[in-house]
Design a protein around this ligand. Structure first.
Ligand code: CFM
Length: 569
């Protein structure tokens, strides 16, 4: 990247003063914490960012809970594993199809995704314990569905009252003769859904992976880890790899069956899409079975081409490399004209991204494909390595919240540790510039001085919009309407609302068109952003925050108030 490219063009306000403006309104303690979570980027030597720490009470965060990360994210898409939420019905409902992790089970295969299985915990169970009801629910579910396996997922009250779901699972496993596993993924277990990913990774690794040693017959056989088939993304990736001659045994966890997960240790390579949610399984599979993992990214045309070439290089086959080049060339024939046409309309426009633990990085490529600038980005719950790169892993302090989550001790399997590559082959690949376990993080690919904001608050988002006036924001449902009421289109990048897929080449074209549609629609002209409705109030707010922030019992005047009563600061 050249130096001129790394510097933000002139019209964008100075990020240091934007940061100061965002922080001004906070009480000292909050400001001190948030200060560490908002940094000015330095791509060559990313500065340390505060991440994976507790959200301050009272701040409006976009984060979800540990149960959501375990039940909703990693476990949810395994479609024929019967999953019972032990807890109140609201938690069960929350994990019921809201994420759009689509499935297309083959004929005759079971699909439990359309059900919402829940113990419907009531006051009675909170006082006298819920184990009896849980056992009843498992028996009832077994009698009706006769599933291959059952997972029990804990919600907050389960941990608070001390229900022993692991003993229940053991007893039921013996009684029913099927695999029954329990996940202590109470919502409060960690600071965000990230802890839930780790708990799910541990559970899947201990209880499912390795149960079937028979590999699929394929010359080039791999898993895609950390891909959840939102809006059909995994289908695009699978179809593209198939075109190249690469077989995917298991996509963890997107449109995947329990039986596929059981044999996912029989592949030659793991490609990690979302590093945040699944790096644990990738690491453990490498240690136990000798399967190397590499970072892949199928979001964006250039990123997809780069990933295909990287996979081909790993398999070290001329036939595969030639085929990959042919496929890329073919796909680009369709993609290029659409991209160029849309790029001409939106070159230089500004985007900001605040999503989860990987998409705020991956989707930058898609916006750059059509010539757009990323003015600011951040994750909701990622760790420092997702921002600064895996090289910082040894320097990350393990706090009490992280210590809460079990670290499995994994040894090479005496019979099944069969490395795909010899140490010499690995060294030769590395010498040629190939990188294993290589996630470099979001910051190395962002421009110098762009604002990187972890766990952004609504207040900071509003400030960001007011000052930067981005043309589009990629974010989630919790802030989508706040953003759109300010006159800025928001591309919902979690479930994609109603659209997608956005992965691979076909998905990229869908995304370019969607962004084009959102940026060119005239609807935004009918919305008067608050600062135009009450410019006086906006000016006063800025003045008030310069003078030290909150006034009158902690209440601060906001430009959100109608102009009529916005005068008495
Ligand atoms: Fe990984 Fe995800 Fe994400 Fe994630 Fe998620 Fe998601 Fe996400 Mo929503 S696993 S970290 S916990 S890519 S549900 S499919 S979109 S926040 S950026």
């Amino acid at each position: 990247m050249s130096d001129t490219l790394k510097t933000i063009p002139e019209p964008i306000p100075d990020p240091a003063s934007v940061k100061a403006e965002m922080l001004k309104i906070y009480p000292a303690k909050t400001r001190k914490k948030r200060e560490k979570q908002i940094v000015l980027n330095e791509p060559d030597a990313p500065p340390e960012i505060g991440a994976n720490s507790r959200t301050i009470p009272g701040i409006i965060t976009q984060r979800g809970c540990t149960y959501a990360g375990c039940r909703g994210v990693v476990m949810g898409p395994i479609y024929d594993l019967l999953q019972i939420t032990h807890g109140p019905v609201g938690c069960g409902f929350y994990a019921w199809l809201s994420r759009r992790n689509l499935v297309r089970p083959a004929k005759g295969q079971t699909n439990y995704l359309q059900y919402c299985m829940n113990t419907d915990m009531q006051e009675d169970q909170i006082i006298f314990g819920g184990e009896k009801k849980l056992k009843q629910a498992i028996k009832e579910a077994y009698e009706i569905f006769k599933p291959k396996a059952i997972a029990i997922l804990a919600t907050c009250p389960v941990g608070l009252i001390g229900d022993d779901i692991h003993t229940v699972a053991r007893q039921m496993k013996e009684e029913l003769g099927i695999n029954v596993m329990a996940f202590s993924c109470e919502g409060y277990k960690g600071v965000s859904q990230s802890a839930g990913h780790h708990i799910a990774n541990n559970g899947v690794f201990k209880n499912i992976i390795g149960l079937d040693d028979k590999p699929d017959e394929a010359e080039f056989n791999m898993n895609i880890l950390g891909e959840y088939n939102i809006g059909g993304d995994a289908w695009e990736i699978d179809a593209l790899l198939r075109k190249c001659g690469i077989h995917v045994t298991s996509t963890l966890s997107g449109d995947v069956s329990y039986d596929q997960v059981k044999k996912s240790h029989t592949v030659m390579l793991n490609g990690v899409m979302c590093h945040r949610s699944i790096n644990y399984i990738a690491e453990m599979m490498e240690k136990k079975f000798g399967i190397p993992w590499i970072k892949v990214n199928f979001i964006g045309a250039e990123a997809t081409a780069k990933t295909l070439r990287k996979i081909a290089k790993f398999f070290d086959s001329k036939k595969l490399s030639d085929r990959v080049e042919e496929v890329i060339a073919q796909e680009m024939i369709d993609l290029r004209p659409v991209r160029e046409e849309i790029k001409a309309r939106h070159q230089g426009k500004k985007a900001a991204l605040f999503v989860g633990g990987s998409r705020a990085h991956h989707y930058q490529d898609l916006f750059r494909d059509i010539g757009m600038e990323i003015v600011s980005a951040g994750y909701e719950f990622a760790h420092r390595d997702d921002y600064e790169g895996r090289k910082v892993l040894p320097t990350i302090k393990v706090d009490a919240d992280s210590r809460n989550i079990e670290e499995l001790h994994v040894e090479p399997d005496p019979a099944r540790f069969k490395p795909t590559k010899t140490p010499d082959q690995i060294e030769a690949l590395k010498a040629g510039g190939f990188t294993f376990k290589d996630y470099e993080g979001m910051m190395t690919e962002m421009k110098k001085n762009t604002l990187v904001i972890d766990d952004i608050t609504h207040h900071e988002m509003e400030k960001l919009i007011e000052i930067y006036k981005p043309d589009i924001i990629g974010s989630g449902i919790k802030d989508k309407f706040v953003i759109e009421k300010m006159g800025v289109p928001c591309k919902q990048l979690h479930s994609y609302d109603y659209s997608g897929p956005y992965a691979a080449f076909t998905g990229a074209v869908n995304f370019y068109r969607e962004v084009d549609r959102m940026l060119t629609t005239k609807v935004w002209k009918f919305i008067t952003p608050p600062w135009e409705k009450a410019p006086q109030a906006a000016a006063e707010l800025i003045h008030a925050s310069k003078m030290g922030g909150a006034k009158k019992g902690g209440e601060t005047k906001s430009w959100r108030k109608p102009a009529a009563d916005a005068g008495e600061v």
